[in-house]
Design a protein around this ligand. Sequence first.
Ligand code: NAD
Length: 449
Amino acid sequence: MRIAVVGTGYVGLVTGTCLAEVGHSVTCVDLDERKIKLLLDAKSPIFEPGLEPLIAQNIEHDRLFFTTNLEEALNGADVAFIAVGTPEGEDGSADLSYVRAVAKSLGEKCSGNLLAIVKSTVPVGTCDIVDQIIQDTLKSRGAKHRVTVASNPEFLKEGAAVNDFLHPDRIVAGVTNEQDAETLRELYTVFVIDDPSKLFIVDRRSSELIKYGSNAMLATRISFMNELARLCEKVGADIDNVRRGMGSDPRIGRKFLWAGPGYGGSCFPKDVAALVKTGDHYGVSLEVLKSVTTANEAQKKHGARKILDHFGGKLQGKTVAVWGLAFKPGTDDVREAPAITIIEMLLDAGAHVIGHDPQGQDNFSREIGSKKNLSYVEDAYDAAKNADALVLVTEWPEYKRPNFEKIAGLMRTKNIFDLRNQWSFKNLKNHGFHYQCIGRPDASTKSNS
Ligand code: NAD
């Protein structure tokens, strides 16, 4: 099949590359000339494990092409994916301006029959809008092409995106007719050959809502566990024990029950907000989800407050090392990362902050902007030099088993705030650290782990 992918971000680039990998001829198009220039040199503009070699391999086999010219990408295409951003608008609803703009361009530039597939996360009813825009544009230029629209939300996880795309748990598509359903089967059967029932072909509105429902459910689990963790801190329970006990119930399951500094990223915060807005629009107040956001904002601040409280609310003259700036391990994406809120609170309290992240430093410094008392280091241990506190915000594998003896020797005062519950009370106590984490008793009150 000849495929155009509009938008070469985390989703579009992985989609295009993986579809090329299974033999399709794919042209990815983006307005961002910097990205396309890098891609034409077989360099990935984002950090995503395994992606860059796959891009290079498929360019080499003449299956993967990049351009800034949509007309060129659409030339002879059977299918065009819309994979542009749907950021949070000022009122919390999804900003559909990029999706609308692409819909109009597809109507203007397509040169034959086309299936437009909306991969961006969009509120229920958006495919109808995209359809209307395309039909209106075709009509106004007197074109007779048959252009139809399908929904096909993406469920990949940054940090594991290539594997998720090639070996999905499920693929969801929403269509209005059997011909489009057949095209989607042709595109995707190869990815679910082990179990074709993983491909769900439903109506467009259900498909759109499956994506929001899924992200909102995951965000809810996180906020729920974070609130339980805060309660554990008050009543002397251990959230790790609570998590294990709860997760053993198959109705609950073990995944997504980890307490931490709150969720971030380019999806959960905006998708929860957008679903709440959709509910409001239809007169259905989604009270649970409203609280999910409130709890998450509180959790991001809760981590920073632990540090502030320990130092009596003032951090003037204190140096705080922060390990982990990306919103999760395995990505350079820092959008809505908890580290932003935490570092801003530390800086406001007068601290000098030294940040480290294996991949996200450049994006983070761009996102947060230049700050007088914020600097970055290339080596994680350098962040700990003369620090009064070390804070773990993102649980990169690099931070799993650090040399605590070395860290103890580097720090001015030995305070560790482990906001991901990664380290052992006993180990840190043995090295003389004051240790605080999330929802577990402090090292000072716990004799073993
Ligand atoms: P992104 O911001 O990384 O990439 C979007 C790209 O679209 C950018 O490169 C931008 O330059 C390009 N673009 C915008 N307008 C364009 C136009 N008119 N023509 C060509 N290119 C254009 O976004 P992303 O993270 O890949 O997310 C895309 C969509 O997928 C969003 O709706 C998001 O919610 C959804 N999604 C994201 C993830 C994720 O983990 N990032 C997972 C599932 C779904």
